[in-house]
Write a protein that binds this ligand. Structure first.
Ligand SMILES: [Zn+2]
Length: 305
């Protein structure tokens, strides 16, 4: 009797011991796996790691805001008027009074008209410009704002502007070594915003002439998002350029029932044929896309469902 009891106790102890060892091993391997994953994650996603792209709903014009994981704001064009302020106010925190980078793709009113209003409300650290200016009442206000504050940076094809760790702007156009184009649209700043594996193509109003020149100068680039050139006009976004950039998502900025017929059915048809998602401000309103910079990781939502 006593012997059997002692054996049972021994057996129970050894079973308990095995369970303890099992749980220790499980916890250790779990901890090691968790550590490895969080180190990997930290590499990609500092400070939460989300980069946000907002195609602002500025009507017939263009305005897009990029917010980086480390808090740099990059505003690419600002629409034609003060509507940019209410739009950007829906995205930026009220206590955020600095826009680190502003890109004026070219000096047409529907892209730069909103900048003087932005400059009144926000501190602008750096202006990235095409280097091609024109004299109109709107550009006079823009130039005055540029003289008041912020570093001027003329974008040059081939350069890369480091924004922060993991985020950079690769400039594809204009090529400052060649004379200005007849059409100011073709001197738009065209750039790729890189965030680890994520890429966004910014095109201003660059036309097919500019697209062809870029494709001649540069190897194809695989982007996640293309902001379609010139509001989806037929004079931009050639099928070749679409193929060259290979986007998953195409953003189009156009006003509701605009007089220009933007976006053009040829462009919409080509993008659909290509199998990319189309988001357009005239139908969807403001469009917000977020990524952590991992391959194929982009999620977009629209203002109007
Ligand atoms: Zn335009």
């Amino acid at each position: 009797m006593n012997n059997t009891n002692a054996e049972q106790i021994r057996e129970k102890r050894s079973r308990l011991f095995s369970w303890v060892i099992f749980f220790i091993l499980l916890s250790v391997s779990g901890f090691v796996a968790w550590q490895a994953m969080s180190t990997m994650q930290q590499q990609w996603t500092q400070d939460g790691g989300v980069l946000r792209v907002t195609q602002l709903n500025v009507g017939q014009g263009d305005g897009l805001l990029v917010q980086t994981p480390q808090g740099n704001d990059i505003l690419i064009d600002a629409g034609r008027d003060r509507r940019i302020l209410s739009e950007i106010g829906t995205v930026l925190q009220p206590w955020n009074t600095t826009i680190e980078y502003v890109i004026a793709t070219h000096e047409d009113a529907d892209h730069i008209g909103g900048f003087p209003f932005i400059a009144q409300q926000y501190q602008i650290n750096e202006w990235i410009v095409s280097g091609r200016t024109k004299e109109t009442t709107v550009t006079k206000e823009l130039h005055a704002a540029q003289e008041r504050e912020g570093v001027m940076h003329v974008a040059t094809a081939g350069e890369s502007i480091a924004i922060e760790d993991g985020v950079s702007l690769e400039i594809l156009s204009p090529d400052q070594d060649v004379p200005a184009h007849e059409d100011i649209n073709d001197d738009s700043v065209v750039a790729i915003l890189h965030y680890h594996d994520f890429a966004l193509a910014l095109t201003g109003d660059a036309g097919i002439t500019s697209e062809n020149e870029i494709m001649k100068r540069h190897e194809p680039i695989d982007v996640d998002i293309l902001k379609a050139g010139h509001h989806g006009s037929k004079t931009s976004t050639s099928p070749e350029f679409l193929q060259w950039l290979d986007p998953e998502i195409v953003l189009i900025s156009a006003g509701q029932d605009n007089d220009y017929g933007h976006p053009h059915y040829r462009v919409l048809h080509d993008i659909e044929q290509y199998g990319a998602w189309i988001f357009r401000t005239d139908k969807d309103g403001r469009i917000t896309c977020e990524t952590e910079g991992l391959p194929g990781d982009v999620q977009c939502s629209r203002q109007y469902e």
